[in-house]
Write a protein that binds this ligand. Structure first.
Ligand SMILES: Cc1ncc(COP(=O)(O)O)c(C=O)c1O
Length: 470
């Protein structure tokens, strides 16, 4: 068979079409070629997919990369390890609350991290002789990656497309999503809403025999699933308490929200906003900002409790990937993280990100426009669009507002991630746009981000009014 359309040779996205292509980037700005036109000075408001912590073209990292290329040699980690992976693990552990983590596994993507984490959690119970533990609990409307395992514990349109080849639903149980903007009833207090969610989770555990449940997985701050919904007070500690009560592992997925993006203490973990520092998760997956787009690296962090069971048991992890603990990737990620922490950039993004979010909230929610909610924390925020703010009615899916907003933003010089189906992915109901700028943003950048986003909201609101859709 001959290929008839040679517009693009890359098998992704819209296969026959060449997508917008990045030409270069410096700091918070990127240059992009789109439909034959070059767009300069575009603010990267979402740094890929919440990846680029340090911004683009960082000269110090060019030096780190050069040094790493000179000094790292690939070895297969099951046979011969390397010092770089040890140093990166120690750095992450040292910059987390005391005794939160004791060990780390490094891999190449967030999906791979979650895939590994599922096996590590299952093996943990084997090490403790609990062979009946074969079921995972996770949440409705969640995203954990695109491998078979990570899709199985997720719940979204992509998982539905592949449902017949995923792990069965009886083995991957789902608890209700935590999404107050949409599901906290009028008149219901936050505490009542949280208690309802925890009661539903406890019922799910009890109905399915706690002795068979491996783990509970949640995104600390969901991103590409429902858009940066901060967990309400008591929710994550409540899950922690249920895990303790029924002897179940707690796994936090911080691939998108973690590693400095939303930490209140100048450190790395997002859960430090929501849980006591001495009562964190048993396992945590991370990625994205770890390598900040300069290398492809992600990982699984393991608590002392989990490590200890392994050491007292077989003292080995079953299986490994060729590129696990990759010395070059670990070395560059360590250089990135040292610079971020050394220059106080996680503190900076927490402050500047909150300024960005709060200013957007003030500017957008005080006017009549298509924005129904502005939410997030630190460097991770989203806007949710609705046709009717009072009744929270979404726009008809055919209008594809999330992606249309992304296009308007691009024309106004800011790159954001527009998405649809956050409220109900089966009907594609709901539209959001994500913001996740680099950690280096200044107050002036915040002003520009806000100005461009507000202009884009105004432009799209005016266009929809003209079309009779708003
Ligand atoms: C919470 C979460 N987990 C896992 C992943 C998968 O990561 P990756 O795309 O690197 O495989 C993502 C990606 O967006 C994510 O948001």
């Amino acid at each position: 068979m001959t290929v008839t359309d040679k517009k693009s040779y890359v098998f992704q996205c819209k296969i026959s079409e060449t997508p917008a292509q990045v030409i270069g980037g410096k700091g918070t700005r990127i240059t992009v070629e789109k439909d034959g036109k070059v767009y300069d000075d575009v603010i990267d408001g979402v740094t890929g997919a919440a990846v680029g912590a340090l911004g683009w073209g960082d000269e110090d990292i060019v030096d780190v990369i050069t040094e790493a290329a000179k000094t790292s040699t690939y070895t297969f980690p099951s046979l011969i390890g390397n010092k770089q992976s040890e140093e990166l693990a120690k750095f992450y552990i040292d910059h987390s609350p005391k005794d939160a983590f004791a060990s780390a596994l490094w891999c190449c993507s967030g999906s791979e991290a979650n895939e590994n984490c599922m096996k590590i959690m299952y093996q943990y119970w084997l090490e403790r002789g609990k062979t009946k533990k074969t079921k995972f609990i996770s949440r409705d409307s969640s995203y954990h990656g695109f491998t078979i395992g990570s899709l199985s514990i997720a719940d979204n349109a992509r998982a539905v497309a592949f449902k017949d080849i995923l792990l069965p639903g009886t083995q991957c149980l789902k608890m209700p999503v935590c999404y107050p903007y949409r599901f906290q009833k009028k008149g219901q207090t936050e505490a009542e809403y949280v208690q309802g969610l925890l009661d539903a989770l406890e019922k799910l555990i009890v109905d399915n025999d706690p002795e068979t449940i491996i783990s509970i997985t949640v995104e600390t701050l969901p991103g590409s699933s429902i858009g940066t919904v901060p967990p309400p007070k008591g929710y994550l500690p409540g899950i922690r308490a249920l895990c303790n009560k029924y002897d179940i592992l707690m796994h936090l997925d911080e691939v998108m929200c973690g590693t400095g993006r939303s930490n209140p203490n100048g450190g790395l973990n997002c859960w430090e906003n929501f849980m006591p520092l001495d009562q964190g998760p048993d396992l945590q997956t991370v990625g994205k900002t770890l390598g900040s787009g300069y290398v492809t690296i992600a990982g699984v962090l393991v608590s002392p409790k989990v490590k200890d069971a392994y050491v007292k048991g077989s003292n080995g992890v079953i299986g490994s990937h060729t590129y696990a603990s990759h010395a070059f990737n670990c070395s560059v990620a360590l250089g990135v993280q040292k610079k971020i922490i050394g220059q106080g950039l996680t503190k900076n993004i927490f402050k500047m990100g909150n300024l960005m979010g709060e200013t957007l909230k003030k500017e957008l929610l005080s006017k009549d426009n298509i924005v129904g909610d502005v939410r997030g924390i630190g460097g991770f925020w989203s806007l949710e669009f609705v046709k009717d703010r009072e009744e929270k009615i979404s726009f008809p899916p055919k209008l594809d507002i999330g992606h249309r907003f992304q296009d308007v933003c691009f024309e106004n010089g800011i790159n954001v991630m527009g998405m649809t189906g956050n409220y109900d992915y089966m009907t594609d109901d709901g539209d959001i746009a994500l913001l996740a700028p680099s950690f280096i943003i200044t107050e002036k950048d915040v002003e520009e981000i806000v100005a461009r986003v507000v202009k884009s909201v105004d432009d799209l609101t005016a266009a929809l009014k003209k079309e009779g859709e708003f």
